[in-house]
Design a protein around this ligand. Sequence first.
Ligand code: NAD
Length: 259
Amino acid sequence: MSLFDSPFDPARDHALVTGAGNGIGRAIALALVGEGVKTVFADVSAERVSAAIAASARPELAVPFVGDLAEVETCDALLAAAHGALGEVTHFVHSASPPRREADHALAVDRSTWQQMHAVNLDAGFHLARGLAKRLIAAKRPGSFLFLTSLHAGTPRNLPHYSTAKAGMAMLVKELAKTLGRHRIRVNALVPGAIAAGGFVADASLARHIPLGRLGEAGDLAPMALAVLSDKLSGYVTGAAFVVDGGLSLTNWFEAPEL
Ligand SMILES: NC(=O)c1ccc[n+]([C@@H]2O[C@H](COP(=O)([O-])OP(=O)(O)OC[C@H]3O[C@@H](n4cnc5c(N)ncnc54)[C@H](O)[C@@H]3O)[C@@H](O)[C@H]2O)c1
């Protein structure tokens, strides 16, 4: 059998994707369903969840959940709904994030915007991952978790609420990977570059800084996400961060040589 046949076992593997209503989360959730994996599509927008599920190859495998993950009670309701619908959730993707606005620089960002960014990215990511892990450990089941971080976990974005939340997530991945590894739960980060999805207002001129010559699309992230989620393909990988950026992070003030 080819290595790439059946990266998941639909009889055992079940997924939960946050931010599944749009952009990268949506692309990953649709790809999981395409592999036959029953998947909870969680998002704050009911319209987006419905549209994503309607676009899915097999809508009968998609379970909708609508709620604001900045609220811990909503995270608990999501855990209960996911466990009720799927049993153990073996694969978790945390892609939900509030929109970023350039106006929210260090001297302008208000307290509620700061808190919302941290609550959805970091607090919800921790709360959900821990809740899912506790169930998997009790059931003696392996799992694979993936957090959408950012290049700006390591470099400023002029949006301190965003970069600090992503930096926190990057360390959360390492903490969880170390703690959960002995329970066969792998935890990794996917690090997008400039992806023309909802979370990033793409300026086409940015392409000149990208070695592969174009902005990314949400669909560019899904194959790598599935490879890292799959125990068959990445069973010995944990605590790692996979950059999918067309080479954007190689950019500095030296131009590439003319050939
Ligand atoms: N697009 C990029 O260039 C890029 C770059 C680096 C990192 N990322 C990260 O990747 C992830 C996905 O980015 P995207 O561009 O696809 O974003 P997006 O805005 O297209 O999608 C994010 C989804 O999260 C949902 N959401 C927002 N607040 C929520 C809340 N309180 N509760 C539940 N759901 C909520 C939104 O409704 C939306 O559907 C984010 O974590 C983002 O920070 C994106």
